[in-house]
Design a protein around this ligand. Structure first.
Ligand code: ZN
Length: 684
């Protein structure tokens, strides 16, 4: 669920926004397909000293785990990062072309927490030569080099860097091959998929309140061929880093806001010390119930997308605090949950008689770490254990300052001007785009996923490989249907009856056209959230009233051709929405169908919808989108720099304030992190 919002974030880059803060440089730098942005932390100064101190301690705990994710992504990552950083510091000629290419590669390694693309999972190759690098490495201090090489040796490490055939994919999801043997991730060592699956089957907890076996461990085969579980804990795998995490959590415990939060932090310390998954469950339950604290955080092994078998968590951290003003919005939604359920266009037998409230709040991120850094989600919905969600509920948050940073960074980048039909749509987006996007995310997260019910005997797994696409489409459509409802104006969430049109225009344009800029020529759509958006947009386009289409894609000649020289006229395609209310009706119809598929577990219909509307791309339209996008010179993926927190102390060493600073550069930040927050040995 979280991954959706992460993707949504990338698509936010074209929203205009009026407000701007001249003090902060939001756009830091660009390289390859990546752009580094900065976020600010509004209201930090208005927090109490205790809250600020708590954030500072928790942010230290968040940064101490950085090495863990590098090692989880691939066991060569720490060695490669450390080699590159040593060369970065010691190489004398900083203007050397080869050096500059290495610097660019290193920046990408930092961004991806390793040598595989953070999003498409493919290994990226250096543009500098292996010969040059082999010589540059010789300038490193001999003992340091020896430590980094370990028993693997420099040649082998360079093979991993330069040979495209070695460890080409981080997390392989392809059918018909051994997913563990073909994935570079370090969640398994020398194990076949079958061996790991058998092990999990034998150790599965089938109790009512199961522990998540494998969440915090690596499975490895020892020299005698026995499978051993190497648990992530103090004294175990990654113990050096987790010990530091615990150190800062203990400090945080002293300044916790209340007893509930103390319980949360205390349980997390205990869990890190013991690796006991029962304690993890207790921690997760306490965390879900901690609703009154202003400050909140995630710190540990969380999302399982990086493990090809979807079991072990990638290390992730985020410290945040409630945005009081914006949280009012989601609280209003939560108070009216049942009204939304009762009035949705789905069939009565698929509605919940009683919807359990989802705790929803809007937060500002204060620090990002591990799997949330530098590329970060704009929403979070945790915990992942189904039984805890069912018994105790879940926390769903929208991260407002990250969304705003995207908006600010996108100001005037030319995207809307290029792809929107006219000044009317551009102006509408400037006025309402940021607000309606936040509202849609709120509706999606707070209400959409929790709505509807499954008929007896039906499970979410019935839709198999199409399950996530259908589920995300359901949540998106719920949000789209309701963002246009007069109730939203009545509740004071939307300013007027027309504002929703900004979201409708953007969703249609993005789903059918502009999201294609992130796909390589010749490829199909694979990712579930992109599929969901295309499914919705293309279904609508296929179901419009032919005589009077509510929505259409129109071709506009923008430059005359020259028939004599065989130059065709240039045509650009645009989304045109003729009837916004009609579009809402279509969204409602599709929501009813998607809810029926979910409630009845109709795999055949799910497959038909996905295959007809969500997968295939019109190659001509795709080419046109890429061509137009390329001219704008924008980076499709964004990541963030963290602010720097520095405690101010009096003569006795007591903290009197926490200073926040936004001036650190990208390389500067990563080199500092590698120096101050790098407790793991190179080989683990
Ligand atoms: Zn979702």
């Amino acid at each position: 669920m979280k991954k959706l919002t992460l993707l949504a974030a990338v698509l936010l880059l074209f929203i205009g926004c009026k407000s701007s803060d001249n003090k902060i440089n939001y756009n830091v730098e660009k390289f390859y397909d990546l752009e580094i942005l900065r976020y600010d932390v509004p209201d930090f100064q208005s927090l109490t000293l205790q809250q600020k101190t708590l954030i500072y301690y928790l942010s230290e705990a968040a940064l101490q785990g950085r090495d863990i994710l590098f090692d989880q992504n691939c066991r060569y990552n720490l060695a490669i990062r450390r080699l590159l950083e040593e060369v970065y510091q010691t190489y004398p000629d900083k203007q050397d072309q080869q050096f500059l290419l290495m610097e660019k590669y290193l920046k990408r390694v930092w961004f991806s927490n390793g040598i595989h693309h953070h999003y498409n999972e493919d290994k990226f190759l250096p543009e500098f030569s292996r010969n040059w690098f082999a010589q540059a490495v010789q300038l490193i201090n001999a003992d340091t080099l020896k430590e980094i090489e370990g028993t693997e040796g420099l040649e082998r490490i360079m093979d991993v860097m330069f040979d495209p055939d070695i460890l080409p994919k981080k997390t392989n999801q392809a059918d018909g091959v051994d997913l563990l043997l073909t994935s570079a991730g370090n969640y398994y060592r020398n194990l076949t998929q079958k061996e790991a699956e058998d092990w999990y089957a034998a150790h599965k907890d089938n109790s009512e309140e199961p522990i998540w076996v494998g969440l915090n461990s690596q499975l490895a085969k020892d020299d005698d061929g026995n499978i051993v579980e190497r648990t992530y804990k103090v004294g175990g795998l990654y113990g050096e880093a987790l010990q530091k995490v615990v150190y800062w959590l203990e400090k945080a415990l002293e300044v916790a806001e209340n007893d509930k939060q103390k319980e949360v932090i205390g349980k997390l310390i205990e869990y890190n010390n013991t690796g006991d998954l029962k304690t993890f469950n207790e921690y997760a339950i306490a965390w879900v119930q901690d609703l009154d604290s202003r400050v909140d955080f995630i710190n540990g092994f969380t999302e399982v997308y990086g493990d090809p078998l979807g079991i072990t968590g990638a290390w992730e951290a985020m410290v945040n605090f409630k945005n009081l003003e914006a949280t009012k919005r989601t609280e209003i939604l939560a108070q009216n949950t049942q009204w939304f359920e009762d009035n949705s266009p789905t069939a009565k037998e698929y509605k919940k008689e009683q919807v359990k409230g989802v705790s929803a709040k809007v937060i500002n991120a204060a620090i990002l770490g591990g799997d949330s850094y530098p590329s970060t989600p704009i929403g979070i919905n945790l915990p992942n254990a189904n039984w805890i969600r069912k018994e105790y509920g879940s926390k769903s948050v929208t991260i407002q300052n990250i969304t705003e940073a995207y908006d600010k960074a996108a100001q005037g980048n030319g995207f809307n001007e290029e792809f929107m039909l006219s000044d009317k749509e551009i102006a509408m987006n400037r006025k309402y785009g940021a607000l309606t996007d936040n509202c849609h995310t709120d509706l999606h997260e707070c209400l959409g996923h929790g709505s509807g019910k499954l008929l007896p005997g039906v499970t979410k797994d019935d839709l198999k490989e199409h399950g996530s696409t259908i589920e995300e489409a359901r949540a998106d459509l719920f949000g789209l249907y309701y963002i246009a409802d007069p109730k939203m104006v009545e509740l004071g969430i939307m300013p007027d009856k027309e504002a929703y049109q900004a979201e409708y225009y953007r969703q249609m344009m993005n789903g059918a056209m502009t999201q294609l800029v992130r796909i390589e020529p010749g490829k199909d759509l694979e990712e579930a959230h992109m599929r969901n958006r295309q499914l919705i947009a293309n279904w609508v386009l296929a179901h419009v009233n032919e005589a009077n289409p509510e929505v259409e894609i129109i071709a506009v000649p923008v430059a005359k051709g020259n028939p004599e020289d065989d130059v065709p006229a240039e045509i650009k395609h645009y989304m045109r929405i003729n009837d916004y209310e009609g579009l809402r009706r279509l969204y409602g119809q599709l929501l009813a169908i998607i809810q029926q598929i979910t409630s009845t577990g109709d795999y055949a219909l799910a497959k038909e919808l996905v295959e007809t509307y969500a997968v295939r791309i019109d190659p001509e339209l795709h080419k046109e989108m890429l061509r137009r996008y390329e001219k704008l010179n924008l980076a499709p993926y964004k990541g963030f720099l963290n602010p720097v927190y520095t405690p101010v102390t009096d003569k006795e060493g007591n903290i009197t304030d926490i200073r926040i600073d936004y001036t650190e550069g990208y390389a500067e930040q990563h080199m500092r992190y590698s120096k101050d927050y790098s407790p793991l040995p190179t080989w683990n």
